[in-house]
Design a protein around this ligand. Structure first.
Ligand code: SDX
Length: 437
């Protein structure tokens, strides 16, 4: 065996083992041979929150957290954000190559013709209170679409998968816009097929009585760039949920709803909404030092800062900051930006954050842009879910096509009671009343 191996001696038995190394990993199943005797189950790895566990092989997104590198299918995010439309990048993420002119035209046409929602969808939405959180409405509505498209359960049929991908990529902006209009008590705006993906989203959000919605091209391009930056991010929390849910061969609508549910958490995609709340809580630049002291004392986290992978600047944050300047040229500078810039300036000089390698992540500036563009904080995570749907579906499809993958079912380390005899109800002791403190 070449030197691409670990030599392990089990001191419990003095037995030696050669464990092959592939792609910088060892197979956890290769550890099961390490036993203390025939009745021993064998060694497992224990890795809460998967801090050091590769759950799959993937060719979709590459991240180098130390160098601040992010690439979709090998292309640097900076080039894609500068030169592509979101749908072009969605095609790349989903199918592995940048589309040629004919492929792009066909793809945009197909997605455009899947933006309409079945009319019953409005009835789902009417069931929500006026103040229901848009993420709750989006998650529920996406899951409900599973009942509208029962053919989606044919997950092993590539043609069916392609149709569901078109439906989900096409309909996410419509669902998002409908949740927003519902929360404002406004009539729904139907898709306008003359508009681009992002302009049509803006149309469905903001069209009022004008005969034809006219999107501000600078804001539309900024939103398209934000969609590109959010398209995929390898095995993040919600992608893991997409893969795990899809591994039982559940249909892609309920799997996408599950992934969106994971995204809604404040430590994940919900952070962009929390950043705005944090900036409003700080209120002004001069109050930033006191807030940072609170964070360093452990009373709260600095929302929009830190990342499991990026131990250097999140490359997306840098591009978003560039886009923010373009947006503020249209909308006017935002006082929240001044607070955010001061927060970043102080944090990046402070040992607490430097030692923990905490830098602004994708959520730190995105919320400020969204708010300046007129979005309410409650819809920020919905704006994350729209483009990430392409990434989730790419991960889902790659999982289904991977011959090594099967239903996800982790092991555990059992820490409960050893076997014990049943106690009849009448013999169960009444716990002593807690003594008053
Ligand atoms: C996204 O994974 C992805 O790729 C996600 C994402 C994507 O595109 O899919 O990039 C999108 O989710 C971005 C992250 C958005 N979340 C936030 O901004 C919330 C605030 N950030 C943190 O909660 C945290 O940084 C995480 C969740 C992002 C990462 O958490 P880790 O990797 O589990 O790190 P940790 O909690 O173990 O923290 C290590 C140390 C701890 O201090 P000590 O216990 O060592 O003293 O750093 C501290 C943490 O307390 N810390 C922070 C902090 N983040 C970590 N302290 C203050 N503020 C923070 N934001």
């Amino acid at each position: 065996m070449d030197n691409q191996a670990l030599s392990i001696v089990d001191k419990r038995t003095q037995s030696a083992y050669e464990i092959p190394i592939h792609d910088g990993t060892i197979r956890a199943m290769d550890l099961r041979q390490i036993k203390t005797g025939p009745d021993d189950f064998g060694l497992m790895t224990y890795d809460p929150a998967f801090m050091n566990t590769a759950s799959c092989k993937s060719a979709i997104t590459f991240i180098d957290g130390d160098k601040g590198i992010l690439r979709y299918r090998g292309y640097p995010i900076e080039q894609l954000a500068e030169k592509c439309s979101f749908l072009e990048v969605a095609y790349l993420v989903l199918f592995g190559e940048l589309p040629n002119e004919a492929q792009l035209k066909e793809w945009v046409g197909q997605v455009t013709h899947h933006t309409m929602l079945h009319e019953t969808t409005k009835k789902f939405l009417e069931g929500f209170r006026y103040d229901a959180h848009p993420m709750g409405m989006l998650i529920s509505t996406v899951a409900a679409l599973s009942t509208v498209y029962p053919d989606a359960r044919h997950v092993l049929d590539p043609e069916s998968r392609k149709l569901q991908i078109l439906r989900l990529v096409g309909k996410m902006p419509t669902i998002a816009a409908y949740t927003y209009r519902h929360s404002l008590g406004l009539p729904y705006v139907y898709p306008d097929n003359d508009l681009s993906y992002t302009e049509n989203f803006m149309n469905m959000l903001w069209k009022m009585t004008e005969p034809k919605y006219q999107a501000n091209p600078i804001l539309a391009r900024a939103l398209d760039i934000l969609f590109i930056l959010h398209a995929d991010h390898e095995q993040n929390c919600s992608a893991n949920v997409m893969r795990s849910t899809g591994s039982s061969q559940a249909d892609p609508f309920v799997a996408t709803a599950a992934a969106a549910a994971a995204l809604s958490g404040p430590l994940h995609g919900g952070a962009n909404e929390e950043v705005l709340k944090m900036l409003d809580e700080i209120g002004s630049k001069d109050k930033v030092p006191a807030y940072i002291d609170q964070v360093k004392a452990g009373h709260m986290k600095l929302m929009g800062f830190g990342h499991r992978i990026y131990k250097n600047y999140d490359p997306r944050a840098r591009i978003i900051k560039w886009a923010a300047d373009r947006v503020f040229e249209v909308t006017g500078r935002n006082r929240r930006l001044d607070i955010a810039l001061e927060l970043e300036r102080i944090a990046l000089e402070d040992e607490y954050f430097i030692k923990r390698k905490l830098y602004p992540n994708v959520d730190f500036y995105s919320g400020i842009i969204y708010q300046a563009m007129g979005f309410k904080p409650e819809i920020f995570t919905v704006l994350f879910a729209i483009p990430r749907t392409a990434g989730w579906l790419a991960q889902w499809q790659e999982m289904l096509e991977d011959p090594e993958q099967k239903i996800a079912r982790p092991r555990q380390v059992y820490t409960g009671h050893a076997v014990r005899e049943f106690v009849p109800l009448e013999k169960r002791s009444v716990p002593a009343a807690p003594t008053a403190a």
